[in-house]
Design a protein around this ligand. Structure first.
Ligand code: SF4
Ligand code: F3S
Length: 372
């Protein structure tokens, strides 16, 4: 990455330091399961003046996906998103409105035919000819179909667009459907979540930008780097599950002790997402539902979130339960010590990972500056 390119980019970001920027790109590489050295490639792609045009359409949505992107606490994330891509049309964020916004969208689609990324949030109502979501006097389903036909890649952001989400809950009066039911001639990359973690969206866009192809997807078209593991596999309360220590009521002694939330309806054992590992909010200091004491309700998993009753127990067929449960005396100190021990180990592991990322970012930066 040339100094001149970085300086222009840094000015646009309000003066982000080169070291912070390299660290950020290295973290993004790590979160995608790429070698830390891929951070340099990502950095180059980000500062490139050729930014992909993005058309963002909203169907039956609550704007939560957009809010999650903009309210992220990382100081540069929202700038990165908005500077990394050329956001040519977004109902909520575009400066023009009415026919001026529609004209800007049409111009961008015409000028960037076959090159732009289409992002859609919200489910698509198909009942009664799609009249339950009209934009500029037309059913959104028609607008999505004609826009997708000219896009290079299509991304469904959020659970509503990925698999129907809240609007598709029984009795689904509008015929709310996932984007993949409307766009059938090309893969629709899904970034589910209610809201989705902004890092999963940004990482996907960065991957596409850097490597000019989509990341590896699972059978539900979700990027494997983000949705490859059950929440239950990385949950900080997992030792309690394995030891048979459960909270049975909100606020009971076991809940206060941080025990497993399975009996309160936690759907972590049947939900794929990386919430426990990347958290929400700033990297390294954020939180996530189970971390705050609330069971995961499976917001990112089709057929689970908004479909299964909140207090029903998760299906465990994907989880191997231990052959042996140790005898548990609920009030004894060792369980608390065990928790503290677990936290200490997790903290040490997080510290080591952070140190590794810092060191990799520093090495990259020094290499770039020709010091090594
Ligand atoms: Fe964590 Fe929920 Fe699994 Fe318990 S059931 S270990 S709280 S993901
Ligand atoms: Fe959603 Fe569960 Fe994560 S509710 S935000 S998938 S912990």
């Amino acid at each position: 990455m040339k100094n001149k390119e970085f300086k222009t980019f840094s000015t646009q970001l309000g003066g982000v330091s080169r070291r912070d920027f390299m660290k950020y790109c290295t973290i993004m590489a790590a979160s995608m399961g790429l070698p830390l050295s891929a951070g340099a490639k990502i950095a180059e792609a980000v500062v490139s003046p050729k930014r992909p045009p993005v058309i963002w359409l909203s169907a039956q949505d609550c704007t939560g996906c957009t809010e999650a992107l903009l309210r992220s606490t990382h100081p540069t994330l929202e700038h990165l998103i908005l500077d990394l891509i050329s956001l040519d049309y977004h109902e909520t964020l575009s400066t023009p409105s009415g026919h001026l916004a529609e004209e800007a969208k049409a111009e961008s689609i015409k000028a960037n035919k076959g090159k732009f990324i289409l992002v859609v949030d919200g489910s698509v109502p198909l009942k009664d000819g799609g009249i339950y979501c009209m934009v500029a006097g037309r059913p959104i389903v028609d607008i999505i179909k004609e826009t997708a036909a000219q896009a290079a890649a299509v991304v469904a952001i959020g659970s509503c667009s990925s698999w129907g989400g809240i609007p598709s809950a029984d009795p689904n009066p509008t015929g709310a459907s996932p984007l993949s039911k409307v766009v059938t001639d090309k893969p629709v990359v899904c970034i589910p979540g209610c809201p989705p973690n902004p890092y999963n969206f940004l990482s996907t866009v960065l991957y596409f930008l850097t490597f000019k192809k989509l990341p590896d997807l699972d059978d539900k078209f979700r990027p494997k780097f983000a949705y490859g593991r059950l929440i239950h596999e990385n949950c900080e309360r997992r030792p309690h599950f394995d030891a048979g220590r459960f909270a049975t009521e909100f606020g009971d002694e076991n809940h206060r002790k941080g025990y497993c939330l399975y009996k309160l309806g936690c759907k972590g054992p049947e939900t794929y997402n990386n919430c426990p590992t990347i958290l929400f909010g700033d990297v390294g200091s954020g939180s996530w539902p189970v971390g705050t004491g609330h069971p995961c309700f499976g917001c990112s998993e089709g057929g689970v979130g908004f479909h299964k009753p909140l207090f029903s127990k998760a299906s465990l067929h994907l989880v191997t339960t231990p052959d042996f449960y140790p005898h548990v005396v609920e009030t004894q100190g060792p369980s608390v010590m065990g928790t503290l021990g677990g936290v200490a180990v997790a903290a040490a592991a997080a510290g080591a990972a952070y140190a590794a990322v810092n060191s990799a970012a520093k090495t990259l930066e020094e290499k770039e500056e020709g010091k090594k």
